[in-house]
Design a protein around this ligand. Structure first.
Ligand code: HBI
Ligand code: FE
Length: 302
């Protein structure tokens, strides 16, 4: 996922409806019809516009991925995904949103694709999860650069049914709303990356995955748990915020939590003093291990 590609925005982060532009290391305009989006970047999901081929591609993505998850995905994820009954066709976001609201008071909203950080934080702070409306193309079956509806739905939505994880996501959005500078946004992006997208959780049967970036990947599911190469480091908020990450390859470091409570509690204090401290500390390369750091062994090959 590439968070450097964003559509143009006014200073308050609202949609201008203008043609998307790119900056940073994004080389392409983001996909999706931003002109149709509301000022908060949400749009209505045009479910009738999906073709039979889209639904078939989605079903194949789902089937491949579900086959990857046994003894790998966190229990909470597996249970919620099964209850969603979303294996056959691209889901109606409104229908799932109603179920989700009854469970944890979260809602799903459709968006044209990546949206500016400020709009993203605002939605999370209101317990609204933005789901990209478009599906990848056939030639992107194995890898898609930007998040699509398969990644957003399959990877992210199940855990929003977990009450503690749901509260963590809102706390993250509220933290983002308060982040005032570009540097604090970068610290928050790292936190999101290493938890919501690429997080591992310890269970009594070994490591399990809760990060959506891994759960929606055909190959990183296995790699993240059993490959000897990457570091698996105990969750530490300050360590994460100092750590660079890779967007173009498997992660070189994963962070392991004990519980979603641990995540939620880490986001409870005001981040301002932490940001102050971080400004004087060097960044940590994505592949580094610090002296004395507590690490986890990979799961045995199964
Ligand atoms: N927009 N639709 C969408 N999905 C994301 O995951 C997303 C985004 N905009 C910004 C963003 N993520 C990142 O900056 C997060 O790291 C905060
Ligand atoms: Fe994601």
């Amino acid at each position: 996922m590439n968070d450097r590609i964003v559509p143009p925005l006014t200073r308050d982060g609202r949609n201008t409806g203008a043609a998307p532009v790119t900056y940073g290391h994004g080389e392409r305009p983001p996909r999706g019809d931003y002109a149709r989006a509301r000022p908060d970047y949400t749009c209505s999901q045009d479910w009738a516009a999906y073709s039979r081929a889209d639904h078939a591609l989605y079903a194949r993505l789902y089937a491949r991925q579900i086959g990857q998850l046994k003894d790998r995905a966190s229990d909470a994820f597996v249970a919620s995904l099964a209850a969603l009954d979303a294996a056959q066709t691209i889901p109606h976001l409104d229908e799932v949103s109603e179920k989700l609201y009854r469970a944890t008071r979260w809602q799903l909203v459709a968006v044209p694709g990546l949206i500016p950080e400020e709009a993203f934080f605002n939605l999370l702070a209101e317990r609204k999860f933005p789901v990209t409306e478009w599906l990848r193309r056939e030639d992107e079956f194995d890898y898609v650069v930007e998040p699509d509806i398969f990644h957003d739905f399959f990877g992210h939505v199940p855990l929003l049914f977990d009450p503690v994880f749901a509260d963590y996501m809102q706390a993250y959005g509220l933290g983002g709303r308060k982040a005032t500078s570009l540097t604090s946004c970068e610290y928050l992006a790292r936190l999101y990356w290493y938890t919501v997208e690429f997080g591992l959780i310890q269970s009594d049967r070994g490591l399990r995955i809760y990060g959506a970036g891994i759960l929606s990947s055909a190959t990183e599911t296995r790699y993240s748990l059993v490959d000897p190469a990457p570091h698996r480091v105990a969750f530490d908020l300050e360590r994460i915020m100092r750590s660079r990450y890779r967007i173009d390859a498997f992660q070189e470091t994963y962070f392991v939590i004990d519980s979603f409570e641990q995540l939620f509690e880490a986001t409870a204090p005001d981040f301002a003093p932490l940001y102050e401290r971080l400004r004087d500390l060097p960044e940590i390369p994505a592949n580094a291990l610090l002296p004395g750091e507590r690490t986890y062994s990979p799961n045995p090959l199964a």
